[in-house]
Design a protein around this ligand. Structure first.
Ligand code: ADP
Ligand code: ADP
Length: 228
């Protein structure tokens, strides 16, 4: 479970200080997917960086499974929009997916096995020998998702993950996220500009307002059945 308590962040100090987000309170249950939407500049990225432990918030606290986040926790994975910069071009797809696990101390065979399993889950069984630059954008983003899955995170952060992809690829990947959700019990926070996407994949849609970024709505999603 993710708990965000009275979170605020001010960039800079003195006359250039800028309050990006203020008084954000949010609880996301284990296995729940919350979509985070709001206008550009409302603090979505700032919130995500605080949750990911990439920046230390100036106010409040983020707790993951009861433990305050400080530094980048090892039960958390992030998938960013810019897939072209998130994979190492000199490593095979399999090694890209296995790398975080190896860094965490997994043995070679274990990391490789987890990598193959995760690639299978995202529909890329057999692509392990390829290099990222041999794959389409959608496939590269599948690799990024596989890398996150192989890591078996308790929290998955998706930062505009499909924003750079064409409509059909985006729909395929939204369906992939929906399917993975039923097979894993990860908590997922999805940042998106796409209202349709936020409703389609989210259990809840949280809307941020600007100046400074704060929660203006927190809405449950009522499922209407599969997409046409
Ligand atoms: P969003 O992701 O919703 O577009 P951001 O979190 O990127 O919003 O930005 C929120 C506010 O904080 C904006 O006013 C932005 O200009 C400001 N901001 C973001 N990053 C920095 C930074 N590194 N230094 C100073 N101000 C920043
Ligand atoms: P997003 O695509 O999430 O809206 P932005 O375009 O707002 O991101 O910001 C892109 C980058 O510029 C981010 O790394 C952010 O931290 C940084 N940034 C945004 N606003 C400012 C600012 N006022 N001062 C310094 N850095 C900023």
């Amino acid at each position: 479970m993710l708990e965000i308590v009275k979170l605020g962040h001010v960039y800079g100090t003195g006359p250039t200080a800028h309050q990006a987000i203020a008084d954000i309170n949010l609880e996301v249950a284990q296995g729940e997917l919350v979509s985070l939407v709001g206008p550009s500049g409302c603090g979505k990225s700032t919130l995500l960086r605080c949750v990911a432990g990439l920046i230390q918030p100036t106010e409040g606290e983020v707790r993951l499974d009861g433990t305050p986040i400080s530094g980048v926790p090892d039960n958390l994975a992030v998938v960013f929009q810019d897939y072209s910069r998130s994979l190492y071009p000199w490593l095979s797809v399999r090694d890209n997916v296995a790398l975080p696990l190896s860094r965490k101390g997994a043995g070679r065979a274990e990391a490789r096995e987890a990598s193959e399993r995760a690639l299978g889950e995202v529909g890329l069984a057999g692509a392990g020998e390829k290099y990222p630059w041999q794959l389409s954008g959608g496939m590269q983003q599948r690799v990024s998702i596989a890398r996150a899955l192989a890591y078996t995170p308790s929290l998955l952060l998706l930062d505009e993950p499909f924003g750079a992809l064409d409509a059909q690829t985006r729909e395929d990947l939204e369906d992939l996220v929906l399917r993975l959700r039923t097979e894993h019990t990860m908590t997922i926070l999805l940042i998106t500009h796409d209202i349709d996407e936020s409703v389609y994949v989210g259990d809840r849609v949280v809307v941020l307002g600007r100046n400074p970024g704060h929660i203006v709505a927190d809405l449950p999603v009522v499922l209407e059945g599969p997409r046409e």
